[in-house]
Design a binder for this molecule. Structure first.
Ligand code: NDP
Length: 485
């Protein structure tokens, strides 16, 4: 067991505006280490005037950035990805302090995925072209233009990855961005701002403001903002979408879910159990796309529950800076309280607690409910914690109907050795992403986003480019103008 030393988490200043770290003028924002509750940094929120200052800096800098050759913009992002990889350990440690997630995870998942996005979109930059539409003499060509100033608003579960996933496509298309991280996890994005500057990003193109929801709300309705990309809950998404509509702003909404993971009796049991574990307990269950409704075909249900319980016995819960720790604390006491209330509801509604339960202090252990019913709170509502509900089903038609009977549609998974059935299920399940014999893999090459209440728009992949640009048509006449009078 090696417990790593906690790094100094206090940033130079709370905000980053026009290429410079500046102190906030708003209310104090204490940053707590989720494991101990100790205050590890003290920040200040942005004042309303500072939000306006950030969008003004972005608006002033954006035209010159958009006028560069795309390959030059891409080069800056690729350099930033290199710097992130060079500082991987320092950044992983800070992410662990900010989120409480085990160092085992932050080393491989958070910043590395952010660096992938910067690299991917950096490389894609020069490949974005328009269309030429022949009209028999005359013709039209299209230009994919920047939107202008984009607002990014992030959740607390993958703060640095979310910032990179939004910044990379936005910046590469010639936009500027003002980003507001969750008040729970404000630290990583300040590092991203510094790294982008070091990589050669002009001042004003990536700015950071801090604050609670009110600062986010001020950003969304700022007259200079043309687009809002939010990662957060459905409730916040509904507010932000409505507020953005007033200015006809573009939106990307990456929201919550209650995703189904369907396991057929011909699946590899060991792989299915492993996937159910990853789909529910990675990052202490604080993942939007988690497969929290695990539908197991009735014949294999006892064997599935037995093997799942066995494997969960060996999970190492504890200090996130201990390299052996696999399951860390919940991000905040408020969130832990919500998870515990949901577990209590599950028991009160008659679901059978197979393992886990309330836990203590900052920790909620991996918790599995069996004999869960579709109407129960724990099966309907996103808990955003390590709580799996196991349901049994008889056949394909039944499980498709029950899996789709949810207002959410972020993701879905299916385990079967019958690949024809796997593809049939993938087509039938209402979800933005469906995995066959895998779960929660989100490579930057693949589009990611939800359907139904889980959101709108796609992050990652070439599809994201469309959400950070608009099309202009240019009609070119090659003959005379034939006016009727
Ligand atoms: P919240 O919806 O509470 O907050 C998201 C962000 O929005 C935060 O930065 C928050 O600020 C800000 N915010 C809150 N109110 C407003 C407002 N009125 N206007 C503008 N901004 C506002 O989500 P959580 O941080 O609790 O994150 C958990 C949720 O995020 C879960 O539902 C999860 O499923 C979802 N999520 C979705 C992902 C996806 O890609 N689909 C990925 C990760 C998470 P503050 O926190 O400072 O109040």
């Amino acid at each position: 067991m090696t417990v790593l030393a906690a790094p100094d988490a206090q940033p130079k200043a709370s905000l980053y505006i026009n290429g410079v770290a500046v102190e906030g003028q708003g209310a104090e924002l204490a940053v707590h280490y989720p494991y101990t509750g100790e205050v590890i940094a003290s920040l200040r929120e942005a004042s309303t005037a500072q939000v306006a200052e950030a969008t003004a800096a972005a608006a002033a800098a954006q035209p010159a950035w958009a006028a560069l050759r795309p390959i030059e913009r891409g080069r800056v992002l690729i350099r930033a990805a290199q710097i992130i990889r060079e500082r991987a350990e320092e950044l992983a440690l800070l992410e662990t302090m900010d989120t409480g997630k085990p160092i085992q995870e932050t080393r491989v998942a958070d910043w590395p995925s952010g660096a992938d996005a910067l690299e991917y979109f950096g490389g894609l930059a020069a490949t974005v072209t328009g269309q030429m539409i022949p009209l028999g003499g005359d013709f039209v060509y299209t230009i994919r233009e920047a939107l202008g100033v984009c607002a990014g608003i992030g959740a607390w579960n993958y703060p640095s990855q979310i910032a990179c996933w939004k910044a990379a496509p936005a910046l590469v298309m010639g936009n500027a961005m003002v980003f507001k991280p969750s008040e729970e996890t404000p630290l990583g994005v300040l590092k991203l701002a510094e790294i982008l500057t070091e990589a050669g990003l002009p001042a004003g193109i990536f700015n950071v403001v801090q604050g609670r929801g009110a600062v986010g709300a001020a950003l969304v309705t700022d007259p200079l903002v043309a687009k809002v990309s939010l990662t957060g809950s459905v409730a916040t998404g509904q507010k932000v979408y409505a507020a953005a509509a007033e200015g006809m702003r573009h939106v990307t909404m990456e929201l919550g879910g209650k995703s189904p993971l369907v396991i057929f009796d011909d699946a590899s049991l060991e792989d299915a159990v492993g996937a159910a574990i990853l789909a529910n307990f990675y990052s202490s269950g604080q993942i939007c796309s988690n497969g929290t409704r695990v539908f197991v075909q009735e014949g294999i249900l006892p064997a599935f529950l037995e093997r799942l319980s066995q494997r969960l016995e060996s999970v190492k819960i504890g200090d996130p800076l201990d390299e052996d720790t696999q399951h860390g604390p919940i991000v905040s006491p408020v969130q832990a309280g919500k998870i515990r209330a949901a577990i209590a509801k599950g028991e009160a509604e008659g679901a059978r607690l197979v393992c886990g339960g309330q836990g203590e202090g900052a920790f909620v252990p991996p918790t599995v409910f069996a004999d869960a019913g579709d109407e129960m709170f724990i099966v309907r509502e996103e808990i955003f914690g390590p709580v799996m509900s196991v349901l049994s089903f008889a056949d394909e038609a039944e499980v498709v109907a029950r899996a789709n009977a949810s207002p959410y549609g972020l993701a879905a998974g299916v385990f079967t050795r019958d690949l024809a059935r796997g593809h049939r299920m993938a087509a039938a399940l209402q979800a933005g992403t469906t995995w066959i014999n895998a779960y929660n893999l989100t490579p930057v090459e693949a589009p990611f986003g939800g359907v139904k209440l889980s959101g709108f728009g796609r992050e990652n992949s070439a599809a994201a480019i469309e959400h950070y640009s608009q099309l202009k048509s240019v009609y070119v006449a090659t003959g005379g103008v034939d006016a009727p009078y």
